[in-house]
Write a protein that binds this ligand. Structure first.
Ligand code: PMP
Length: 391
């Protein structure tokens, strides 16, 4: 039997063959004309994918955590106050990160599986004195999607910069950085952007760039300093060579391919596809009788689903049975409920066939750990949902 399995974790994901081909092509010089073109085009296409026509894109070798660090390092000066809105592990990560850069951090934490009440946020901001707020659009540990369309407005009213961790949402969940007036939207390559791990990606508003320029102290990270990277981005976008740190040549070439595919699909169609497939997947999960970690139905992410194990089922047994059936899903991540749930990613190049295969594998898994499930019940529910919700 062919040794292959379907990777349905919340990143890295399954990648398009053309993207992998670009990754596997012979590496060129980082100042070769073809590469300069690819880099420049990728920067331009980021504005389209982020829906941020005025934004300043950055492409830097690293993971999503570096993108978070770039936002913090460049916008925080020692003593600045920051408000962290946390809906899980990745929200919490900002607390330590911003503190390392000298921020005085206040964290507002939502109960596990819920969004954060905006009245609490408003009250905290009314206290005044904050320079920055961070919000995790989709926290990958809880699959909670925060409603971020009004965050920019909230930030403006309180003269605060907004930083959105979109690692598990950019190019999968609707984000209109320009219209929603968000100051930094950051992500990593390995999720809905559809490129193997290794690139930190972010787009900063003009306001964020002005706040950066107005700093009175140097950025406390050498590698993350926008002053180093801004001329590099400007050069490549102007189709000129430049150098600060060697770019991840093959990953940038792969990013160029993936962003072109995303732009070709169209952002509205792409968001709708993620919504449709997520809805179909959740219908299947419900048909199995499983609960969701995310308790508010309107705030369940379209990029991943967090499913609670049935009563009495050992996590390792179910996950390995699903894997044996050919699909890899992820275990729990939030330390307080880690053993109580598993996570399934459905973003990027995902199709209905992947959703059905995953539900089929979960069904096989459930049966093998002794749960009584009617044959095909998850797949049938997903197909029914699709039929009722497709335009
Ligand atoms: N934020 C979120 C919402 C994430 O899901 C992740 C990764 N799972 C990160 C930040 C950190 O990204 P990375 O692992 O690429 O450093």
């Amino acid at each position: 039997m062919k040794d292959r399995s379907l990777l349905m974790i919340p990143g890295p994901i399954e990648f398009e063959p053309a993207v992998l081909q670009a990754l596997g092509a012979p590496t060129t010089s980082h100042v070769a004309p073809g590469f300069i073109d690819a880099f420049g085009r990728a920067l331009e296409n980021m504005r389209q994918v982020w829906l941020a026509p005025e934004g300043q894109p950055f492409i830097v070798a690293g993971s999503g955590t570096l993108a978070m660090e770039m936002a913090g390092a460049n916008l925080i000066e020692p003593g600045d106050r920051a408000l962290v809105l946390s809906t899980g592990v990745f929200g919490d990560r900002f607390e330590d990160l911003l503190s390392r850069h000298g921020a005085d951090v206040t964290v507002l934490r939502a109960p596990i599986g819920q969004t954060l009440d905006f009245n609490r946020v408003e009250d905290a901001l009314k206290g005044g004195g904050y320079k920055l707020l961070t919000v995790t659009h989709v926290d990958t540990s809880t699959a909670v999607r925060m409603p971020i369309c009004s965050i920019g407005d909230l930030a403006r009213r309180h003269s605060v910069l907004s930083v959105v961790d979109g690692v598990c949402s950019v190019a999968g969940e609707e984000i209109q950085q320009g219209d929603w007036d968000l100051d930094v939207v950051l992500t990593a390559s390995q999720k809905a952007i559809g490129v193997p791990p290794g690139l930190a990606l972010l787009v900063a508003s003009q306001r964020a760039m002005e706040a950066f320029s107005a700093r009175s102290t140097p950025v406390r990270s050498y590698f993350a300093d926008w002053e180093k990277w801004l001329p590099i981005m400007a050069a490549y976008e102007g189709r000129k060579p430049s150098y600060f740190g060697t770019p991840a040549v093959n990953l940038v070439a792969a990013l160029d391919v993936s962003l072109r595919q995303i732009v070709d699909e169209g952002m509205t169609a792409r968001f709708a596809r993620h919504e449709l497939l997520a809805g179909a997947f959740r219908a299947g999960v419900r048909a199995f009788g499983l609960d969701f970690v995310t308790t508010e139905p309107d705030h369940r992410a379209n990029t991943l689903t967090a499913c609670r194990y049935p009563e009495g089922v050992a996590a390792a047994d179910l996950l390995s049975a699903i894997k044996h059936a050919g699909v890899i899903v992820a275990g729990g991540l939030h330390p307080e409920i880690k053993t109580e749930y598993f996570r399934v990613g459905h973003m990027g190049a995902v199709r209905m066939a992947d959703i059905l295969a995953t539900l089929g594998a979960i069904e096989i898994g459930l049966r093998s750990v002794g749960c009584a499930v009617a044959a095909g019940i998850g797949v049938a529910a997903a197909l029914e949902w699709q039929a009722g919700n497709e335009d």
